[in-house]
Design a protein around this ligand. Structure first.
Ligand code: 5GP
Ligand code: ZN
Length: 115
């Protein structure tokens, strides 16, 4: 497991910064976004530090599959029944703000504040 001591999401994984967790296992963590765009807005991250989606290799295929597969399960558990949006921002032109790979999963009744 890689960790970057300056990374805010690594600090959440380590329990050094609090977060409202929605799911956790050995390799994934999901927690509620601090500035939600939608009634339900969670971030799914690998516990290991990977800066961006552009940094993954074939060794991460299973991890990426598990991140995506978690989305519908999480939304069901959180009571989202009418669809949801999944989003990964990558790099400066992708408007990525936190450089630890994360997938936004957003759902709940509209209107949303963004997106
Ligand atoms: P990005 O633009 O990098 O795809 O999105 C980063 C997301 O992380 C933003 O939606 C932002 O609100 C969220 N975020 C940033 N810092 C924290 C934090 O300390 N805790 C939580 N729960 N969310 C955060
Ligand atoms: Zn990190």
């Amino acid at each position: 497991m890689n960790a970057d001591p300056t990374c805010i999401f690594c600090k959440i994984v380590a329990g050094q910064i609090p977060a409202k967790k929605a799911y956790e296992d050995e390799e994934l963590l999901a927690f509620h976004d601090i500035h939600p765009w939608a009634p339900v807005h969670v971030l799914v991250i690998p516990k290991t530090h990977i800066a961006t989606l552009a940094d993954v290799g074939p060794e991460h295929d299973a991890l990426l599959g598990r991140m995506l597969g978690l989305a519908p399960k999480l939304m069901r558990e959180l009571g989202v029944t009418n669809g949801f949006r999944t989003l990964i921002n990558t790099g400066p032109d992708g408007k990525q703000e936190v450089y630890h790979l994360h997938m936004h999963v957003m759902g709940g009744p509209r209107p949303w504040s963004k997106g």
